[in-house]
Design a protein around this ligand. Sequence first.
Ligand code: FAD
Length: 678
Amino acid sequence: MAEDHVDVLIVGAGPAGLMLATWLAKCGVKARIVDKRGTKIFNGQADGLQCRTLEILDSFGIGHRAWRESNHMLEICLWNPDSNGVIHRSSRLPDTIPGISRFQQVVLHQGRIERFFLDAINEFSNGGVAVERGVLPTSLDIDQSCVEDPEAYPITVNLRHLSEEDATPKQSSTMSNGISAQDGLFRSNLMADDTADMLKTSELNQKANTTETIKAKYMVGADGAHSWVRKEIGLKLEGESTDYIWGVLDIVPITDFPDIRSRCAVHSANSGSIMVIPRENKLVRLYIQLTTTSKIQGQDSRTDRSWITPKVILESAQRILSPYKLEYRKLDWWTAYQIGQRVGSSFGVHDRVFLAGDAVHTHSPKAGQGMNVSMQDAYNLGWKLSSVIKGHSNRSILKTYEFERKAIAHALIEFDHKFSRLFSGRPAKDIMDEEGISMDEFRDAFQKGNLFASGIAVDYGRSLIVTKPVAENGASEATAATTSTPVTGIQDLAPGLKVGQRIPSVKVLNQSDARPWHLQERLPSNGTWRLLVVPGDVSQPGQKSRLEKLCGQLSNPASFLRRFTPNTARYDSVIEVITIHGAPRQSVDVFDFPEVLRPFHEVDGWDYEKIFVDDQSYHEGHGEFYKTFNIRHDEGCLVILRPDQYISYVGKLDDYESADRFFSEFMLPQNNLTLPKV
Ligand code: FAD
């Protein structure tokens, strides 16, 4: 039997698996990604992209494709019954909270997002990595005796290659006005999982059915809600026993409902609720919660889905939107799927096999979180795996994956739970109607939920890579099971740059050529840590001498910049130093700054892309970096950013020692150098 050795085997090429493969390809890690399906999806399924997800896609150089092709959702309208029981618009709100990101929430179907990832993986790996379709694992074995050896391949997986016929989902198509539309039922979890059936058929098929053994250092199950990997490692999803059944219709509507091109949450007096999502290409998606499994007890709800058809979903929508009319000529896609609110008991085993995405949490589609949170799990994990595999970090940082993402999954379920009740409940007739839902409460929850739903509110707890003060998050830190780091920064030096959160973006100018950049554009996802040197007004002698003191230590051949960067690697490949000063741009020149801030490369010469200034641009305004983040020009600070742009540390400008101790906690020395005296 053929045998291959890989650093990471990814099972499942949905949004989570593809995000992970993109990271690993970008960082040059040897990975394989397999999916049991013969093709990617072409329409339907998840569609909402949060502003944080757009920031992440942009950091891989694919954000502009999503931004350009998607439908931008700027407004949400809330509709509910008036005193006569007739629906009317009660509020209009911005769909994305103004100012929280340089992007706003957009919608684009999952198939396109998957396409962007596939192209990026191909480009980053020079064609070396591609999704292997029609391939699925049949057995998994973990040699526990060597899981702590970073060089070992403790995971053995047997893979089976299916024939094209076996890997092609049997998909029904629905006729609508003579036009056939795809449904998503073949992927829907209303259907029983077909993994076992696929394996059985392939065994009988002599044409395909070749097998292969893979030895892997790490494995990630991104194989969706039915996750085979989850079952193999003995983990379970825990949570509510009742599942909701949702109907989803993607149509080009013909309607006199005036807000059809805005996102709407409509509560009717007695016919239920609907979420309207305007999409690209004049499409509109309608989400309706049809029922719960507890209401159809006695039936096997997974197999009996015959009563759910586009007609049933449309008629439901017509009742809710009455007296407005709703018809369609074009049905693009529809589905029904069953969803419970559940989170994995654990996110992996031995810090060797991990779960991401739907494999480890499931929830309703209302807030458009499914695809986003799944991708963001993988985004959190990808750089950590790469850093360990490349020998830059020890294995301790892997523990922070479950610690950070499990908290997010629980917050998501809690949000979904609260929101489901408010969305699906009957509107209160008056203030005496205690069983009904108050529409004011719904609007308030919606507004509060918007911050959560944007993905921007993610705030990771204290661990060895997030140096929050102990008191703030002491309880959570214990569960991180990481060694407690002695380093604690001084948040007050930059109150607007919150340790644990992703760095917000404003425009800064390149000192050398005056070009304005959004700060986040200078932080691409390539596996590099960043040291942001924020020296304040360097035209003042005090700040200038503090900066020179810091740079003296950074330039030491045994500084953390040099110790943790292999001699053979580029100077900014492990930790990149970026300076944002606050003196008037024209009062200084790039060569006024110490060389470590604008290093010399024997082929490329001086690096002009590292020193930025907070100043007025000629054409694009003033980003006001210092003012926005409340940083004093006569104080400045040092900021450490993780490769995923989350803030690890804020401390004093000239406190080299704390920064050195921070990196020394988990980074591995690459060169045989004497440690500096700290
Ligand atoms: P998935 O997208 O499920 O990807 C898992 C991948 O793993 C699949 O490609 C699958 O073929 C593969 N796989 C599974 N088992 C194996 C195996 N044993 N071996 C190899 N490969 C395997 N979310 C929304 O926000 N809005 C929506 O409207 C919406 N609609 C949905 C409709 C349907 C029918 C479904 C199923 C989900 C929908 N979701 C929706 C949820 C959203 O699609 C998911 O949250 C998101 O896709 C999760 O991404 P993932 O990568 O974790 O898993």
